[in-house]
Design a protein around this ligand. Structure first.
Ligand SMILES: Nc1nc2c(c(=O)[nH]1)N[C@H]1C(S)=C(S)[C@@H](COP(=O)(O)OP(=O)(O)OC[C@H]3O[C@@H](n4cnc5c(N)ncnc54)[C@H](O)[C@@H]3O)O[C@H]1N2
Ligand code: MOO
Length: 417
């Protein structure tokens, strides 16, 4: 390995050190799905807010004792969900699921464990009823003053359910990192309706990055394709700044070719290159720089899988710091087949997490790992990572597995093909 090629861990350390947590902003709960909480949510209400019935039946009081089957009660009133405060005397109240318990009653017997007597305003119990039976007490789910969600939680629909139940209207979330995507290469065609001239290809990195970055918590503020021209690239960088980008992701032009102008363009504008080349596959020529004005530039190598790896293993960890999320830990999963590789490079492998015939979780490293091959990425649902110092692994060895994005983990519900 040449001296200027960094180990992944060292490169990641530089990326994380250069990334700073973004300020908090208020966000209406109805639009906070996927956002990351900037502070704890402390409940200023109890859930349930009042003692209520878990069953359609009859609310009773037994003065702390078990009420025995065969006991009869007069039915004094009816209490439905939504009814307010009522005060019971000594009798039973017909009550619906979710209805507030009448004051003075402490248990509920389900309607099917009762018998209506004539006249209809009297019932007989067909089962014993304990104190508190079928009553959902105030605060038994959430107590007033309890911390219900911690800062750093990425808000999922179940969190929105809790916030809605508590009547929270606005939450404090981390600002979304503002990201620009610049694709380089005069061979690229953006318009899918445009016929390709000989030597041209369609831009697939741009649409991938523009689709994946929002799933990673970022706000894509600018997307542009430029030819193999350093001046055009500099002008595009300026437009990205003008759009407010704090992170600029470029694809292509970072390797050894005659038109790989990104390093020189960065030097000319006074950017500080923090590293160029990492001991990984794919994506080895990856470049990371701080631009004047403090935006960060990730210069991803142009091959599509190098772009996907650069996003997943360099940019997403940086986004986590910006969003206030803790570092990500991989899942340890057994390999479905043996694997061997070149030593000294950390490999990031298009993989499929699946359940084998015995119901065990396993990761399958897919064929077609070359960095130009897009189809296996479309077939993959995970990344398997094999460290630089390992060159061979038997089937069943535990390996590190990451989801397709840092906020997603695949559901390995399908069996192996
Ligand atoms: N002599 C050497 N050649 C190469 C080396 C090397 O070390 N020495 N490294 C190889 C590796 S590894 C990679 S990765 C690539 C990276 O090259 P660049 O970052 O300079 O990228 P380009 O040359 O511009 O493009 C590479 C490849 O990707 C295609 N591409 C580019 N942009 C897109 C896009 N937006 N959508 C789809 N495909 C794209 C491009 O057409 C090229 O085929 O360099 C190797 N060479
Ligand atoms: O690292 Mo390059 O990404 O092998 O193709």
């Amino acid at each position: 390995m040449s001296q200027d090629t960094l180990a992944y861990d060292e490169a990641l350390r530089i990326v994380l050190a250069a990334s700073t947590r973004l300020p908090a902003q208020d966000c209406a709960v109805e639009s906070c799905l996927g956002r990351v909480l900037a502070s704890d949510i402390v409940s200023d209400a109890a859930l349930p807010p009042f003692d209520n019935s878990a069953m359609d039946g009859f609310a009773l009081n037994g003065k702390d004792d078990k009420v025995l089957a065969g006991t009869e009660f007069d039915v004094e009133g009816e209490q439905a969900a939504g009814d307010g405060v009522t005060h019971a005397g000594g009798g039973a109240w017909e009550i619906m699921t979710g209805a507030r318990m009448p004051d003075g009653l402490d248990r509920v017997i389900p309607v099917e464990q009762t018998e209506r007597l004539a006249p209809a305003a009297r019932i007989r119990l067909l089962a014993d009823v304990e104190p508190g039976q079928n009553v959902r007490t105030a605060g038994s789910d959430v107590q007033h003053g309890e911390t219900v969600l911690a800062a750093g939680s990425a808000l999922a629909p179940q969190h929105l359910m809790l916030l809605a139940a508590l009547g929270v209207a606005t939450v404090s979330v981390s600002e979304r990192p503002r990201v620009a995507v610049l694709c380089t290469g005069r061979e690229l065609v953006d318009d899918p309706k445009q016929a390709l001239a000989p030597g041209q290809i369609r831009n697939s990195n741009g649409p991938f990055l523009a689709a994946r970055l929002p799933l990673a918590g970022a706000d894509v503020v600018h997307v542009e394709t430029v030819g193999d021209d350093a001046l055009a690239f500099e002008a595009a960088l300026r437009r990205a700044w003008d759009a407010g980008a704090k992170v600029i992701v470029s694809s292509g032009a970072v390797s050894m070719g005659r038109y790989d102008f990104v390093p020189q363009a960065l030097e000319r504008i006074g950017a500080k290159t923090l590293f160029h080349k990492v001991a990984i596959r794919p994506g080895k020529p990856l470049l990371f720089a701080r631009l004047p004005g403090d935006a960060l530039l990730f210069g991803l190598p142009g091959n599509p899988i190098a772009v996907a790896v650069g996003l997943r293993f360099f940019i997403e960890p940086a986004l986590r710091v910006m969003l206030g999320l803790p570092g990500e830990a991989p899942r340890r999963v057994p390999l479905s087949t043996p694997f061997s590789k070149k030593p000294r490079l950390r490999f990031h492998l298009k993989s499929r997490l699946h359940i084998d015939a015995q119901g065990r979780l396993a990761t399958e490293i897919l064929g077609g790992q070359e960095s130009y091959r897009i189809k296996p990425l479309a077939d993959a649902n995970a990344w398997t990572v094999v460290p630089a110092d390992i060159d061979a692994l038997p089937a069943g060895a535990l390996v590190d597995v990451y989801g397709p994005g840092h906020l997603e983990f695949p559901s390995p519900c399908e069996s192996a093909a």
